[in-house]
Design a protein around this ligand. Sequence first.
Ligand code: I6G
Length: 673
Amino acid sequence: MTQGVLQKIEQLRAEINEHNYRYYVLDDPQVTDLYYDQLMRELQALEEQHPELITDDSPTQRVGAAAASQFETVQHEVPMLSLDNAFTKDELLAFDKRLKDLLEVQGDLEYNAEPKLDGLAVSLLYREGKLIRGATRGDGKSGENITANVRTIPAIPLRLNSEKVPQLIEVRGEVYMTHVGFQKLNEMQRKKEAKEFANPRNAAAGSLRQLDPKITASRPLTFCSYAIAQLEGMELPSTQFEQMQLVKTLGLPISPYIEKLIGIEPCFDYLQRIGERREKLPFDIDGVVFKLNDAEQQRRAGFVSRAPRWAIAWKFPAQEVMTRLLDVEFQVGRTGTLTPVARLEPVEVGGVVVSNATLHNMDEIERKDIRIGDTVIVRRAGDVIPEVVSAVLKFRKPDFKKPVMPSHCPVCHSEVVRIDGQAAYRCTGGLVCAAQRKEAIKHFASRKAMDIDGLGDKIIEQLIERELVHSVADLYSLTLEQIASLERMAEKSAQNLLEAMEKSKQTTLPRFIYALGIREVGEATALALANYFRDFRALQSADEESLMQVEDVGPVVAENIVHFFAQKENDKVIDALLAAGIHWPEIEAADANAQPLAGKTYVVTGTLENYTRTEAKELLTSMGAKVSSSVSGKTTAVIAGDKPGSKVEKAQKLGVEILDEQAFEQLVNNHAQ
Ligand code: I6G
């Protein structure tokens, strides 16, 4: 009896380990999360009935140990070194030349390149295939024993995967947190009213150094290997590249971006390529590590003080820097919301000079305890608006004051009110407020709305300031002379803009609804409203009850819509727009169930060649499909254009179908009526 149970338990463990390997190492899962959970539950149940058969490398035993009072110290048998840095092309060229001179090599040296993850270095020791120790770097000679914590990280196998395992292997790598994991963790922290983490690195560090492994287990940590520090009972492959392949075979994750490069010039090309992908990667990296690929050459190059001579870390310009918060001003948005904006002592962040950053809202200022005069940490990541992350309290002076929300709008002086139950404050001026008019026009002209090419922010600002335009409808009565009279506007550009406005009159109903800028009616809701009502006048006169029949429209959005159409001012603007000639093709009546893609859900990501994302979404919804912004187990397929980012990775993990542009066109053509 026990023999049969033991066999079943071992079979379940092997299957679970195999799925883990496929998921974390090969990035090629074969089963759903649900199936995986079922296997785990089955194993747990059997182990509960037969506790004598539990082993500490069973996948159920990741969170075993009780909370400790402190971490023990471990001595690193092989020191955990740091890497020399390079910030310029010249420094990288000098690194290459130094090695060539030292090794007396005339031709090109071979390098191994991989992104440098922004996490925490750890050492993992496996004896006879079993994880026996995890340690932090510490001072390089000794670190902290964090075995109980690393055991909880699902990407780290408790037992090596391969048939043939070495007697002993020490693998080094980085524990880190993905962006998705970081956001989920902070969401949880917010719900618990606990302190949020400033960035994924801090979150990973805070999670790994917990005395209670149960807490670490609840944090979305993951791992990537970068070196073998010790190996016994197996021959060490002769290059860094092959060493990493061995690590992968043994069941530990390695970077999917490793490349072998011959000579230093291709290293610059690699930097360029990784630099371009950096913003789209699902985790933070702070540079690229180049290593001599040949282990024998590494041995000959040796070490200087605490760093290998054969490796260098190229560092990207910092994305987080310190500067002074000079003042906080309030910007009025399209819907009248006042956003606090930090005026900063100009500072370079990630290669760009930043003098303004968002503070989001008053609750955020309170939560981060930010005062005018503080030294603050500013972060800029890619195209995202720079933000103030935190204040550096040690530079705080007692006379630094908290920013205060003004009682009256800085633009139109109307009263400012706090919106019930929300963090936002709003100007009550409506379209009287020039700031709101300006933002409403920017929104109206934007790409996903009426798509008026060439009507940029600077032009809109002039149109408002010169009182040529009061509402969006006035755009369509502008004359060539009026446009040409604007600053930096040549006759030709004025003509082009006029033509773009004319062209925008031919639109679609969803775009038009979206362009009106009704509070909380985004692109997806506008689409759903258009498909439900089909007739604009029917939407205009709909009551809250009928609006709530539309998918995703709840009482708040329904109220916003009714309120919007109840304003006489808005009615006038809409009439003027329609009188100016804005029109759209009729939306055909269709029995929802008869629509070819009814019941299906798609996600559109990346850049398509022949469609904007909005157009692709419109096509799909016109065929009855739902379009979602995030991938889940319920997604039918992801339509992926160029540079698709993390959504495709998620789809792969979940086994969701991925369609390229050609397959998308085929889908549309097959179902076109
Ligand atoms: O800190 C590090 C990050 C990444 C490393 C490293 C690495 O390789 C990709 N490699 C070595 C050899 C060391 N630190 C010492």
